[in-house]
Write a protein that binds this ligand. Structure first.
Ligand SMILES: *Cc1c(COP(=O)(O)O)cnc(C)c1O
Length: 353
């Protein structure tokens, strides 16, 4: 830290992204990327857009917003696109929290939430999960604070029903409720239909997980147009050209191949079931995930130990150093071949090889 750092910076604990070691070729099951390549038209679109990089990108993100609106059956005025969905989450905290309106989220969830509160000088409260790692929606009803819930939640993969989400949204009419749907394409119910009915709901999503574009950085928010207006006020105050032209065009092309990506999600869901059963056969338990990862543990091996031994065998998974979940690892569901490698390595580790 320099001697110039602000007070806010000196007390800030930044987000720790999943490791990307380059010392050898790993099977990466640690950051929930897609194992499938982007569709061919995406590569073509990005290449064509590269020819226009002399010019600023479109600050209104007109083409990508209109495409998103048409695919999701809403109006372009109900859409904002952002540099990854991390950016729309940060914009939401900047727009909808202040000293009287803290941020609330589950105690075990996406590690970025406390960081975006802290960096903006916003107080936050964490609500414990139930013993079985589920979210008790009653705890979020009538709170009178800004709420963020990942649905499905990370790293558990567990989801709330649309009814439960609606009760949270309807019981906090004077506060914004953000539902982070980064993983919704892998089997949970989307809250998107509720944006017509509730002016306090923001649903966020990303191209990073189900649409094979993590490196392009493209996320989005869907909400009532007044909420979108507020988010745009923040965007134009922070980063008006937040989406680069190659990313916007890649996103449009991805949406034109939506069937390809939704079919990939189906494959991931099948592979998730297969991985779950094969881990169970080795004595592991995993939660009922609706995401592209499993949250698994075994009485036979400590979570941190399992993570380390898998890494030695060239397989990366994610381990969190938090007391309540330290016996678990989060494993991204990839291809069948990747599952084969994970299972073979796990069998060896359990045998002490
Ligand atoms: C991966 C993830 C995101 C955002 O990812 P971006 O790449 O910034 O779009 C948001 N929320 C959760 C819960 C995630 O796991």
């Amino acid at each position: 830290m320099s001697r110039f750092s602000s007070q806010r910076l000196s007390s800030l604990e930044p987000y720790t992204p999943g490791e990307q070691p380059k010392d050898m070729k790993y099977i990466k099951l640690n950051t929930n990327e897609s194992p499938f390549a982007p569709s061919k038209n995406v590569l073509e679109a990005a290449k064509n857009a590269a020819g226009t990089l002399r010019l600023y990108s479109d600050p209104e993100c007109k083409i990508i917003n209109e495409k998103l609106a048409s695919v999701y059956g809403i109006k372009p005025s109900q859409v904002i696109t952002t540099n990854g969905s991390d950016e729309v989450l940060n914009f939401a905290v900047m727009a909808f929290c202040d000293e009287n309106t803290p941020l609330v989220f589950p105690e075990i969830t996406y590690g970025f939430y406390p960081v975006i509160a802290s960096v903006n000088g916003i107080a936050y409260e964490e609500i414990p999960l139930k013993e079985d790692f589920t979210i008790d929606f009653h705890n979020y009803c009538g709170l009178g604070k800004t709420i963020i819930i990942a649905n499905p939640n990370a790293p558990t993969g567990l989801s709330l029903s649309l009814d439960e989400i609606e009760k949270i949204v309807s019981s906090n009419p004077n506060n914004v409720v953000v539902i982070d749907e980064a993983y919704v394409d892998f089997g949970a119910e989307s809250a998107l239909p509720l944006i017509e009915k509730y002016d306090n709901l923001l649903v966020t999503g990303t191209f990073s997980k189900s649409r094979s574009l993590a490196g392009a950085r493209l996320g989005f928010g869907f909400a009532n147009e007044k909420l979108i207006c507020d988010l745009n006020t923040v965007k134009y105050s922070v980063n008006p050209y937040n989406i680069n032209t190659m990313t916007a065009m890649a996103g449009v092309a991805a949406l034109e191949s939506n069937d390809y990506y939704m079919n990939n999600c189906k494959l991931i869901m099948e592979n998730r079931q297969d991985m779950k059963e094969r881990l169970e056969a080795l004595g592991f338990k995993s939660l009922d995930s609706k995401a592209n990862f499993l949250f698994a543990s075994s009485e036979k091996i400590d979570g941190g130990e399992y993570y380390k031994k898998l890494k030695q065998k060239g397989i990366l998974v994610r381990h969190f150093d938090k007391e309540k979940i330290k016996n678990y690892v989060r494993i991204t569901v990839g291809t069948k071949e990747q599952t084969d490698a994970l299972i073979a390595a796990t069998e060896q580790i359990l045998k002490g090889v």
